[in-house]
Write a protein that binds this ligand. Structure first.
Ligand SMILES: Cc1ncc(COP(=O)(O)O)c(C=O)c1O
Length: 396
């Protein structure tokens, strides 16, 4: 498999982790030799209920028994899709009661940007330096990291960038701005949480000049910070909310929610304002519904902050500069960037899966399933500390 993996499957780095997967269950992934690894990445903040959750599995099998693909987005009434949109709506403010389901996060960002153009009749966007919103060309245009964009220019023009958390930049948002797009918690930048009232000030400025606020919660959304959506911590409601990852319980999905009036703009002038063949797929929707229902009913979100505290209690080491983030969206910020890959590689050897962040080279992500147990947190942190000790005192 390894040779074929490199020969036939297109790669995005020269050094992929290359773990050959046999199976996965709960907080563990097993390689082809049946060696087990504690998973502190959860498919990059996606498998919130752990691997092979029974309820999600049953929902998928049950739906497959009935039908899978029958029509493009929105034409036929398919119960799992409608039920998912309804459940989402019941858990969001009224102004976000209408939902469009996509295949991925980046596609939801594209749709959100298009919607903002339709609502405001404007085309300029304001985004944040070091912000990440996906890899299609619209989403990449609002990515605040030139090194990864340069090779793909020209991208969408008229994007202005602000420094996240810097209030003195806010006046860039003006009466030409269609929307400000921000991650509620910056992910790739190093799990940077917004300063007190920062998002409120952004929202006020948007309201003042008639711009929309798009919050991208593709990573922090669906319980990862202890609330269903991270914006609930900050006393504001976005005009458009974008999410994905954790919504699908490990199946591919993205979504945007806004008001019924806003979303109605996709229906006319022109008709079919945003279309997709597979968005809102009934099997994926059934999985997402089971996942969301379990996340809401299980009380899991109320335990997130206790689990965060455990991580923070254990993860004290000379080589750790800071543990950043919120809930179970945590990043170890290491003293030096050369430690990062050593920590990830050596932890893997000892049976712990960790991973990097996109732009912050000193960071190692800790985004386990929300179902991770206290005991598993202890075991994983012990491995991290052992590896950091070995890095500090190498045996020659
Ligand atoms: C904040 C944020 N926005 C957008 C995306 C893109 O989502 P997807 O990879 O599903 O297209 C991601 C994925 O990492 C993300 O973290």
């Amino acid at each position: 498999m390894k040779n074929k993996f490199f020969k036939y499957q297109a790669q995005t780095t020269n050094n992929p982790i290359g773990l050959e997967i046999l199976k996965a269950e709960g907080s563990y992934i097993y390689d082809k030799n049946n060696k087990k690894y504690l998973d502190f990445v959860a498919g990059v903040s996606a498998s919130n209920l752990g691997h092979k959750n029974k309820k999600i599995k049953e929902a998928v099998i049950d739906q497959i028994e009935k039908y899978w693909h029958v029509m493009v987005y929105g034409e036929f009434i398919q119960e799992p899709t409608v039920k998912l949109c309804e459940l989402i709506s019941e858990n969001l403010p009224n102004s976000l009661s209408n939902t469009y389901l996509t295949n991925s996060g980046t596609e939801a960002v594209e749709a959100a940007m298009k919607l903002a153009k339709r609502v405001t009749g404007r085309s300029q966007f304001v985004a944040a330096k070091n912000g990440y919103h996906g890899n299609t060309q619209g989403a990449m245009s609002v990515m605040g990291f030139e090194e990864r964009k340069r090779a793909y220019r020209p991208l969408i023009p008229n994007i202005n960038f602000v420094e996240f958390n810097n209030e003195s930049n806010i006046s860039i948002i003006n009466n030409k701005t269609a929307a400000v797009i921000l991650e509620t918690i910056q992910g790739g930048a190093g799990f940077i949480i917004p300063k007190k009232n920062y998002l409120k000030k952004i929202k006020n400025q948007c309201d003042k000049v008639g711009a929309l606020l798009i919050l991208d919660e593709i990573q922090p959304g669906i319980g990862r910070t202890g609330k269903l959506f991270a914006f609930e911590h900050y006393g504001i409601i976005p005009d458009i909310l974008v999410y994905g990852k954790g919504l699908g319980g490990g199946f591919p999905i993205g979504a945007l929610s806004s008001s019924y009036e806003n979303m109605s703009l996709f229906k006319e002038n022109p008709v079919l304002g945003h279309i997709t063949t597979f968005g809102g797929h009934p099997v994926i929707s059934a999985a997402a519904y089971a996942n969301l229902k379990e996340t809401l009913d299980s009380g899991l979100m109320s335990l997130v902050s206790k689990k965060e505290k455990l991580f923070r209690k254990y993860l004290k080491h000379e080589l750790i500069q800071e543990v950043r983030g919120k809930g179970l969206m945590l990043a170890l910020i290491l003293k030096e960037k050369k430690i990062t890959s050593k920590l990830v590689t050596k932890s893997l050897e000892k049976g712990l899966i960790l991973f990097y962040l996109l732009f912050e080279t000193k960071a190692v992500r800790i985004t386990p399933p929300l179902t991770v147990s206290d005991q598993e947190i202890k075991i994983g942190c012990k491995i991290i500390l052992e590896v950091l000790d070995e890095i500090k005192n190498p045996v020659h």
